[in-house]
Design a protein around this ligand. Structure first.
Ligand code: PXP
Length: 252
């Protein structure tokens, strides 16, 4: 079993930088904000890794973004992806440090539930073998559910990413929050006993993160929406002042 992790690592999910760009520049080769430039800022600020989800519908991150991330970032690239042949081929060619296999439905706003590893065990094991054969680590994004965790171990994944969406959703209801926390604690312990390394993510923010410290064995948290939202809030003042500075040069 791997040694106990020291300190939590942060993977910043930059999908929503691309969401904003696509809202204005869909179909164009350039546009702002640039998720690759944003990733470099995250790294300079101390992030331990960059996470991007190349969806089959390409609603935010585009192929060129991931290729540029691979070329430019100095930390670890975690590619979130569906277990779909086209994306698997792309990942094998791209060679991220790790892939996190996630479920994908076109109508969802974001990744809503965990993977059903029990139902998809054979196909996931095959992709796990191909990725590991290419030197790419594999994580499975799953609910903290005993059957799913056991299946993740049978698949031979190196990591599970425990889905914290239900915890985040129930954070303000004490009983429900504690129930979800207990599921995460039990899931992390079970995963660790089975030799899996444990990450977590989805819906984590500046309020609910400190309480998540009660969950043992966590190595890395993947966080996107709340960081991008906070960046908009904290960066707006400077952005407006800079534009006002440009307006001030007007001579009539
Ligand atoms: N981890 C996984 C597997 C995800 O699918 C997502 C959402 O794309 C995240 C983490 C980040 O979630 P959030 O944007 O809510 O922080």
């Amino acid at each position: 079993m791997n040694p106990a992790p020291k300190g939590l690592r942060l993977g910043v999910n930059i999908d929503h930088i691309a969401t904003l760009r696509e809202a204005r520049y869909r179909g164009q080769a350039h546009g702002e904000p640039d998720p690759v430039a944003a990733a470099l800022v995250c790294e300079a600020a101390g992030a331990h890794g960059i996470t991007a989800h190349l969806r089959e519908d390409r609603r935010h991150i585009q192929d060129r973004d991931v290729r540029e991330l691979r070329a430019q970032i100095g930390t670890r690239l975690n590619l979130e992806m569906a277990n779909a042949p086209e994306i698997v081929a792309f990942a094998l060619d791209l060679h991220p440090d790790i892939v996190c296999l996630v479920p994908e439905r076109r109508e969802e706003v974001t990744t809503e539930g965990g993977l059903d590893v029990v139902a998809g065990e054979a196909a996931l094991a095959e992709t796990r073998r191909r990725m590991n054969g290419a030197g790419i680590e594999v994580s499975l994004f799953i609910a903290p559910d005993p059957a799913q965790i056991a299946a993740a171990a049978r698949v031979g994944a190196q990591f599970v990413e425990l889905h914290t969406g239900a915890y985040a959703e129930h954070f303000d209801q004490k009983a429900a929050r504690n129930r979800e926390l207990e599921r995460l604690v039990a899931g992390a312990c079970q995963a660790r006993e089975l030799g899996l390394r444990v990450n977590a993510g989805h819906g984590l923010n500046y309020r609910n993160l400190p309480v998540l410290h009660l969950v043992p064995h966590l190595e890395e948290l993947n966080i996107g929406h709340s960081i991008v939202s906070r960046a908009v809030a904290t960066g707006l003042d400077a952005a407006v002042r800079e534009m006002l500075g440009l307006l001030a040069g007007y001579a009539g």
